[in-house]
Design a protein around this ligand. Sequence first.
Ligand code: GDP
Ligand code: MG
Length: 330
Amino acid sequence: MPANLTQQYLKAEERYRQATTPEEELVCLQEMLRELPKHKGTDKLQAELKAKISKAKEDAQKSQKAGKKGHSFKVPRQGAGRVVLVGGPNSGKSAFVAAVTNARPEVAPYPFTTREPAPAMMPWEDVMVQLIDTPPITADFCDPNAIGLIRGADLALLFVDLGADEGVDQCQDVLAYLNQTKTRLAKDSYLDEEDIGLSFTKTFLTPNKMDVPEANDRLTLLHEFVPLDFPEYPISAEHGTGIEELRNAIYRSLDVVRVYTKAPNHKDPDYERPFTVRRGGTVLDIAEQVHKDFAKNLKNARVWGVSVHDGTYVKGDHVLADKDVVELHI
Ligand SMILES: Nc1nc2c(ncn2[C@@H]2O[C@H](COP(=O)(O)OP(=O)(O)O)[C@@H](O)[C@H]2O)c(=O)[nH]1
Ligand SMILES: [Mg+2]
């Protein structure tokens, strides 16, 4: 990506990756174009954005004519971030969901027990992370909604079945399938420089069933045949091995800070329900989450926390630290 992209550009780009309708895409692309510094170095990106804008306009018109409400399965975003579970059949995605959430998905030794994407909330300390379990991807099948969900996710977990010899091949099939689409798994999330329609989602490799005696040999084969540079967290979803490390890594990867809000006339903040923002997020970002009007009418705020003197008055652009307490004044 060209240097010197503004925060607004990057935010619009993130929303573009998460857009689920051509109308949303259009708004984000237009904002990206507005925010793009216009010089020789960004000529190509400008042209790319303009082409994408015409395409999104066409798609928006088409979908309006067809009377469709968007082309994607809608799961509202909830919690500190969204993590999508991806993998071949029987790799233990649902077993992992059962291990780390209160949800009780069907776990069974035959493929396609999970028929459509299913959200569940994973607690981490006092926040929740949204996990989305998906049907398996095979050489010739992928749930049509899974691609959009992977694209818009903050993190993907690539499950590999180390309980069976087919596991390594099945992992190759998943990657091969996704490689034919505009949505790929990668070490980090970004849009391709040459083609911003091509989107990469940060992924952890999660080889599962480490409790099985042959698992280690199969893991060696996986490294040999499917070399990936993703961070790796081998687990046993059913025995619990490695689950804590993975849970912590998932939360860390979201790179958010927690903020507790306090009403001006209250002594204590609301410690029950922290808000979360990306690290680097500001008082204004929190105000927006509390209420749109709060963001519009914000005069100032007081902050208590490790990075400021208690009760310091700040403006909307003040960057928050983990566990800050914020009192918004409108
Ligand atoms: N030995 C062992 N079996 C597991 C583990 N996790 C899942 N399984 C089994 O693998 C099969 C498929 O699990 P499931 O969670 O339904 O896989 P999914 O298709 O990826 O959702 C089930 O029979 C599970 O009992 C594990 O950590 N160890
Ligand atoms: Mg399942």
